[in-house]
Design a binder for this molecule. Structure first.
Ligand code: NI
Length: 169
């Protein structure tokens, strides 16, 4: 947080299934895995392109976490399904050590492409919908603290959740 690149609108990907795109996604995957994140956007590793990856599988550290399918999502389009918003705690690999309560649409329709150019068209709800909204915000220069409405629910992870393992998004 503080890097101007994270505040930019990222550019659309125009060519799929290229060595450069596969290398970018591998780099993002390695970074997300090393930092134990639920998702990551290309601008977070210094590349201003509309590419996000996310996924939450079985993890013994987070037995209660909702599963999210591992997804490479390029040039995403998001449409809320209904007006219902839900509050939930979020963290971010670009805002380390902090958590905040962020309102997000409860249900989303999202589209885009994978790294080979195959179309993606899905409905998502709950944590899955939250992760997609968080990651795609990065492509428009929005970090989750900008969406916090109640700053009394924003703080240091180890103070808010002492002794707990908490995942960054
Ligand atoms: Ni983030």
């Amino acid at each position: 947080m503080g890097d101007p690149l994270l505040l930019q609108k990222a550019a659309a990907v125009t060519r799929f299934d290229t060595p450069e795109l596969h290398a970018l996604i591998q780099d993002m995957h390695d970074t997300m895995t090393a930092m134990d994140g639920a998702g990551i956007a290309a601008p977070q590793i210094g590349v201003s392109l509309r590419v996000v990856i996310f996924g939450v599988g079985e993890n013994p550290r987070y037995p209660d976490a909702e599963k999210v399918p591992y997804t490479v999502l390029i040039n995403p389009g998001l449409t809320p399904l209904g007006d219902t918003m839900e509050d939930g705690w979020e963290g971010c690999l670009s805002v380390p050590g902090l958590r905040g309560v962020v309102p997000r649409y409860a249900r989303m329709h999202y589209t885009g492409f994978d790294q080979f150019g195959n179309p993606i068209d899905r409905m998502a709800r709950g944590f899955h919908a939250r992760v997609v909204q968080h990651e795609c915000d990065h492509l428009d220069g929005i970090l989750y603290p900008m969406r916090i409405r109640d700053l009394s629910r924003f703080g240091y992870t180890d103070v808010l959740f002492p002794g707990q393992a908490v995942q960054d998004d």
